[in-house]
Design a protein around this ligand. Sequence first.
Ligand code: PLP
Length: 357
Amino acid sequence: MPRSTVARIDLDALKHNFRLAQAKAGDARAMAVVKADGYGHGIAAVAKALADDAGKFAVACLEEALALRAAGIRQPVAMLQGVHSQRDLAVCRQRGFEPVLHNGVQLEWLAGDSAPSFWLKVNTGMNRLGFRPDDLPAVMAKLEASGCGHHVLGFVTHFACADDPASAMTHDQTAVFERATAPWPDLMRSVGNSAAHFLPDQPLYDWSRPGIMLYGASPMIAATGPELGLKPVMTLEAPLIATRVVGPGESIGYGATWVADTETRMGMVAIGYGDGYPRHAGTGTPAAVRGTRISLLGRVSMDMLAVNLTGAPEAQEGDMVELWGGTVSVDEVAACAGTIGYELLTGVTARVPRAHE
Ligand SMILES: *Cc1c(COP(=O)(O)O)cnc(C)c1O
């Protein structure tokens, strides 16, 4: 019998979250960001579930865009990191992919009629990718001169601090973007990761780009997904495979970092960092069994971890333990591990089967 450790994926919750994103996007349309294997949820299943609602999908790279076509997705697919070779542009044109081009080399690869429709990335302050706002007039003039001007769909920028409503940076970036793109009012504009959907009065123009919120995890620094009205999509669970009582002075696991000071009933759960559960989640990190919150003890091993069953005396071997999901938010576990929900969701390894339901 296979190990019952599993990531259960609730596709109705995913649809709920997409509809929330679309509602928050107002007059903008929301493109569904499904990069990194649908943030670890399975790109094909996620995209198929959203295919009736989403007018466009977005991925990071060509392989992911091709995976969407292999899954039967017909919508345009934005490629947020552009292309890595000239040959990729021909594939984009043939398959209806919209690369977001961000440097002069990529523009030189465009050759007249073989160019796909594409977006131009504008660097408004994040300083990862994109053309300087001041350079846009020259970039556009060059594209017009080479006969590629009509392939430009519009402009894209990305916010650095939208997860923090107190930051002035999103407002500043928006102002820079608006000024830089004003000369081309007929072209489209796309801003807005998930976090921007939760900022009051934030313009999202033509296309917003929600990712993490579709999966029910929080894009904001100061709230969990459920607190924002999002439904958790992934429930990561694993069976209790041993229980025992340890006495005062006895330790558990590698490094013997946790030592009982009173008699403690504990259990071993069949999941570890080899499955993508974060090793940095220490003693006290929440989990749940039979709907009751419990917590981790000691260090996470590769294939298992220990939990304190004092609060769940009815728990037995064979019970499933929720590592994150509807009772314990992935955002809480992430906080305990010093990271963000994004990293935990995308980090669940291939050893864990995804069960789409
Ligand atoms: C990943 C990504 C998004 C989605 O971001 P979330 O924070 O997951 O909503 C949007 N735009 C770009 C350019 C991205 O790379």
